[in-house]
Write a protein that binds this ligand. Sequence first.
Ligand SMILES: [Zn+2]
Length: 155
Amino acid sequence: MKASDRTESPRTSAPSVPDDRCGYVFEAGDSLSTEGDGCCLREAWDGKDRCKWHLDADKADVLREDDFRDETNLVGGVFRGSVLSGGDSLAGRRFSSGDFSGSDLSGVDLSEADLGGANLANADLRDADFTGANLRGADLTDANARGATFEDANL
Ligand SMILES: [Zn+2]
């Protein structure tokens, strides 16, 4: 056994990111925010290795609509299984490449939101408002979009 065998698997984070920060690296092509240099510098959530947005987990008991109030750049976020139905507006947020599989987004205002390449498989999109939203490349497999509005949406 070589000494090098015990090296830990490398983090995918950028090397300059402190341990208590998320460090999610935005993929090339994602629209980057002005803060942060291509990676997420939000605090890691609850002792995990990612912030609450990028943590790869079921978010049913994690995310609340209130949390979205001051957040606009949520590129690559994991919202899997979250229940966001019918409350605050999520209009205009950047959710590209996000994972909303199995989420309840019924009645949510997602107008002008960027959902390019997002995973909306099995999501509940009933009566959601996607007016002017970008859904290019989004996966809507088995999503329930009954009553949803897609006026001027980019599909
Ligand atoms: Zn993050």
